[in-house]
Structures are given as structure tokens and as C-alpha cells.
Write a protein that binds this ligand. Structure first.
Ligand code: WTA
Length: 572
């Protein structure tokens, strides 16, 4: 059994050990991997795809794609040509100029990646949306970002309230038998006939690249803007942490609607010239193992919920597959239970490496490196070039083994550049002394390992999805039977947390199981399946502050049978 992977940390640096690198590394060095280091003019899509299409990698597979009906592969050269064509398709609308938002709302498919790369090539900011989003969630995001162009499918377009989105000028449909008019266009038809010659838009390193909407504990989801400069860290961590090497076949299970699916499902692996596997469709344990076997996956990046579901499916299934190609396994999104690490050692003979980062951070910050000793249950140590600490609410650094706010010193290359249209929200992330405050509580042990303890705020992590309780509560309040609603995350052995809603009904409404189901469906149809409460409890009244704010910590205390703490602000 392998207790520690001593696989070398490669890259342009001859790294002896974690400590050596940590003490000597400077991001200025990493920038020199890119030609634009001197000119400052850059384009992510060029660096990720085109650059390799002019080298020995031109006929190397960049993308393997598989779902229930398709099984395809694309070389770097083919992806370059197709994304050049997509760039021309966007340009021809006259509605995409540098900085304009192009949103993509569709299931994983080669066209999703081709569209994203094409949009980036013409200088657009790409906004990827989960296919699971329903009308309300789609509208909030397209409205806030004032997206001008949307790429979607005939199946999903019904969830786009086009008349309520005045900024939206062109909608591309990816499918067959698309009827065109001034607004709706047939993406595949235009892609087929577009020219392969595209003039790439050269960007400044701080120009917008991608806009990910993510949830906080208050307000609507916010748009986290990342810029082209993020590539420095995405490239470097793909080498250090994912440990990607020339011959690797890499599989990241995340959808591009989530930051993991872009930073490490597109950009990171392609910046390093790695063959990238993308699988669509629903989660089935057999299909997952079969993916590893069929493609000969060597590096696999997934999430604790998925590992727990595989664990729950039993070890017998694993014996039917040859998983010997696996060299390195990683996890992100939620705490990785030591039990899951032990299971990984038993069935894959590999330790699963935990990585910690956030939508806002754009790339890995605290990780278990291949060359590091792992302490199961710990997120690992900060990567070189990143200073992490536990601070109090004033920004004072706390000593080892004290719990507090997990904070990062501002200045890592992939840090979010803005919160879309919301400077105040952006500013609220920072404490004095340039500490970025993550919203996670943690402690650091005397060896410098960080241990996740929980969220400081009320953000819910369910099956690795970040759900804002406010968004769910707002949707609940739109239900005709509901007077008040409060939503919390309730611990769950498989999903991390599930969403539990406490609901007070309007006078005279009867509390029935049918109503609970109706409420669940209402949220599911209005927001997304993963945002619908799995548990609903009726209460006559909910705990509120004198200013009328639902006190979620009291709900949580009720649920978990804990002391409710200070109740002095609660109304009578
Ligand atoms: C949580 C994910 C424990 C954490 C890329 C963070 C984790 C939030 C870990 C960000 C981990 C992420 N261990 N918790 N290794 N990784 N989290 O923005 O609470 O969807 O603040 O991005 O996920 O979620 P997000």
C-alpha cells in the first residue's frame, strides 16, 4: 500500500521539497513560461489550444468526449480550427465585442467547449450555466450580467425568459432543425460554414475572461469575474498539484458551470497540453469506472460526494474494471473524510489528495501535493506563492491550533478581479493588512497543515454545490401558501449537507404532505433540483431578529439539538 506518492513535482523548476519551493518561489518566475510575459498581450484560448496546435502536440488528442449517444475525440489542431470558426460565428452577429458577455447554458458537449473557446478568442467574457438551472436562476444571471449572446439548446431555451432580458440580442441554438430569425440562430449551421481564419483579440492580462455566479449567505448569487492573468496560477498548479505530465490522460468530473469545471476542466489541463476527458450524462458508478478503464485515465479529479457515492455502491463493482492506469487522484469542494481516503487506499491503492480553493480564488490555494506527506482530514498546506493564515475578525494572525477565519494574503495571480457590478461586495471580502477572508473557519497545526472546520456564514454545501439559503428562502416566499421561510444545511453522511427548510404557512392553510411535495417541486422548477429542500418542516412561527431577519443559527440549533446562543436580538 502506498503511503506517500513521491512522484516528482515537475515544471520548469527543479523542486526538491515542499519547503524548498515554498521558501524560494516567486510568481514572477512562473510568468516567464508565457511569451506574453513581455508584451502583456494575451488570450487564454490561444495559450490553451492554439499554442499546442503549432507544435509536436498538434495531432495529440485535446478532448475526449463521451455521453449516452456520442463518443468523439478532437486534436489540438481540430479544436483550434473549430474554435476559430466559432469566433467568426460570434463576430458575424455584430453583437460580440471585447468585454461583452456570452453565456453558455447547455449540457456538456464538444460544442460547449468550442463555443467557450471561440467566445474567448473574440474577447468576450464567458458565463457558463449549469443545465439544471430553471427559469428563475437563468434570469437572475443573464439579467445581472446583461449578457448579449446566449448559446443554448432547443430543449433548454424554454427556460430563458427572453422578453424580460432586453440586453440579450442573439440566441444560438445547438441542435437539429433550428428555425432562424433575427434573434435565434442555428449554431451548428453557422459553425459549418464559418471561415477558419480568425483574427484573435489580444487582451490585457486584467481583461475579463469568465464570470461564475456563486452563492453567499445573503442576496442573490453574485458574479465572480476572473481575468486572463489567472492562467499563470492555473498552469502552475496543474503542474504542481494535478501533477500533469505529457503522457497523462486527465479526467475532471466537474461541469463547467462550476469553477472546477473551467479552471481545471478546461484551462489548467489545456495550458499544460494535456489530453482532457469530458463525460456527460448522469452519475452511474459503473460508467465512471468504465470511463477510467476505456480512456486509460491517469489523473482523476473529483469531489467527496462522488467518492462517497462510489464507496456506497460497493467494492465488488470495482473488480470488474481495470483501473491500473490511475496514478493520481484528487478531490475538491467539501471536506474529504479520512474514511474516504482509507477507502481510496484500499480499492485504488492510492491516496486521494484533497485540494482547497473557492470560486473567488480561481485556482488551488491549500493542497496536498504529490510529494507531500498527507495527514488524512487536512486540506494540506498553502501552495508556493500563497500565504495563508488563521486570523481573528480584525485581521490579527492567530497562533497554531486556534480556530478562526481562514484568510489568504492578497496578491495571488488567479484571485477574482471583481464582483460584477458590486464593488461593495468585493470590498467586503477583505480585512485590514490585505487579508482575503474565505468565509471558512479552520485551524493550522504546528506543522503548518490546515484543517477545515466549517463555514462561518450560512452557505450550504450540498453534494459539492454551493447554495445560498437566501436564494432558496426567496423562492419559497413566492409560493402562494408560505408566509415565512428559513433554510439551513443539515449534516448528511453522503451529500455533506442537505437543504432543510422551515416554513410557516399563511393563516388557514393546512399542513399536509402533498403541500410539502408541492413546495419542493416549486423550488425545483423555479431554481434547480439541487436547490430544492429535501426536508421541509412546518412551524407556526420562525425565529426572527427585531429587524425581521430569519435567525438561521436558531433553526440550526433546533435541528441539531444544540444551544441556540445569544438570543438578545430575537423578537419576542
Ligand atoms: C468548500 C469550490 C473543505 C469551502 C472550488 C469553500 C472545501 C467552498 C474544500 C467553495 C476542501 C472547497 N475542504 N471544504 N478541500 N474545497 N470547500 O466556490 O467551504 O463552489 O469556501 O468552489 O467550498 O466553494 P466553491
Amino acid at each position: 500500500m502506498e503511503l506517500r506518492t513521491l512522484s516528482s513535482v515537475n515544471g520548469n523548476y527543479n523542486l526538491q521539497s515542499y519547503e524548498d519551493t515554498y521558501n524560494n518561489f516567486d510568481w514572477k518566475e512562473a510568468e516567464k513560461a508565457f511569451f506574453w510575459y513581455e508584451t502583456g498581450k494575451v488570450n487564454m484560448a490561444y495559450e490553451a489550444i492554439d499554442r499546442h496546435a503549432n507544435t509536436f502536440r498538434k495531432n495529440k488528442i485535446a478532448l475526449y468526449f463521451r455521453n449516452e449517444t456520442r463518443n468523439e475525440k478532437y486534436t489540438f489542431k481540430e479544436l483550434k480550427e473549430l474554435s476559430d470558426k466559432a469566433g467568426n460565428v460570434f463576430k458575424a452577429t455584430g453583437n460580440v465585442e471585447k468585454g461583452d458577455r456570452v453565456f453558455i447554458f447547455m449540457p456538456r458537449s464538444p460544442e460547449l467547449y468550442i463555443a467557450a473557446l471561440g467566445a474567448i478568442k473574440v474577447g468576450a467574457i464567458v458565463g457558463p450555466l449549469f443545465e439544471a438551472f430553471m427559469e428563475g436562476a437563468v434570469k437572475d444571471r443573464l439579467e445581472d450580467s446583461e449578457a448579449k449572446v446566449l448559446v443554448t439548446t432547443p430543449e433548454l431555451v424554454g427556460r430563458v425568459p427572453v422578453d424580460q432580458l432586453p440586453a440579450l440580442k442573439t440566441i444560438f441554438l445547438v441542435g437539429t432543425d433550428v428555425e432562424e430569425d433575427d434573434k435565434y440562430k442555428d449554431f451548428l449551421k453557422h459553425l459549418k460554414t464559418a471561415s477558419k481564419d480568425l483574427e484573435i483579440e489580444w487582451m490585457d492580462r486584467t481583461d475579463g475572461l469568465i464570470l461564475h455566479y456563486t452563492s453567499g449567505s445573503t442576496g442573490k448569487p453574485k458574479g465572480v469575474l476572473h481575468v486572463h492573468n489567472a492562467m499563470i496560477q492555473q498552469y502552475q498548479t496543474s503542474k504542481w498539484v494535478l501533477d500533469l505530465k505529457e503522457e497523462d490522460v486527465y479526467w475532471c468530473t466537474a461541469d463547467p458551470g462550476w469553477v472546477t469545471g473551467t479552471s481545471y476542466g478546461m484551462f489548467g489541463p489545456w495550458l499544460t497540453g494535456t489530453s482532457n476527458v469530458v463525460v456527460g450524462g448522469r452519475f452511474k458508478p459503473e460508467d465512471w469506472y468504465k470511463t477510467i478503464e476505456d480512456f486509460g485515465v491517469t489523473v482523476w479529479y473529483s469531489a467527496p460526494t462522488a467518492f462517497r457515492m462510489l464507496m456506497g455502491a460497493g467494492d465488488e463493482i470495482i473488480k470488474k474494471f481495470n483501473l491500473d492506469t490511475l496514478r493520481h487522484i484528487l478531490s475538491v469542494g467539501e471536506p474529504l473524510n479520512p474514511e474516504v481516503i482509507r477507502w481510496g487506499m484500499k480499492v485504488f491503492n492510492k491516496r486521494i489528495h484533497d485540494t482547497w480553493w473557492m470560486t473567488e480564488t480561481g485556482a488551488h490555494l491549500i493542497c496536498n501535493y504529490p510529494c507531500m506527506e498527507i495527514k488524512p482530514g487536512s486540506m494540506g498546506k498553502p501552495i508556493p506563492g500563497v500565504e495563508a493564515a488563521i486570523v481573528d475578525d480584525q485581521g490579527n494572525v492567530l497562533p497554531p491550533n486556534r480556530m478562526g477565519n481562514l484568510a489568504i494574503k492578497k496578491g495571488w495571480p488567479s484571485m477574482m478581479y471583481a464582483i460584477w457590478n458590486n464593488q461593495a461586495k468585493y470590498d467586503s471580502y477583505f480585512l485590514p493588512n490585505d487579508w482575503y477572508v474565505s468565509g471558512d473557519s479552520a485551524y493550522m497545526d504546528e506543522d503548518g497543515y490546515f484543517w477545515f472546520q466549517g463555514r462561518v456564514d450560512d452557505v450550504i454545501m450540498t453534494s459539492g454545490e454551493r447554495v445560498g439559503p437566501f436564494e432558496v428562502e426567496s423562492k419559497l416566499l413566492e409560493h402562494p401558501a408560505i408566509a415565512e421561510a428559513g433554510v439551513i444545511g443539515k449534516p448528511d453522511p453522503v451529500r455533506g449537507e442537505i437543504i432543510k427548510a422551515f416554513v410557516a404557512l399563511l393563516d388557514g392553510v393546512e399542513e399536509t404532505d402533498e403541500l410539502k411535495e408541492d413546495i419542493r417541486q416549486f423550488v425545483k422548477k423555479g431554481l434547480a433540483a439541487h436547490a430544492a429542500p429535501r426536508e421541509i418542516e412546518f412551524r407556526d412561527k420562525l425565529p426572527k431578529t427585531r429587524s425581521g431577519k430569519i435567525m438561521r443559527r436558531v433553526l440550526k440549533a433546533w435541528e441539531l439539538d444544540l444551544p441556540a446562543g445569544d438570543l438578545s436580538t430575537m423578537e419576542d
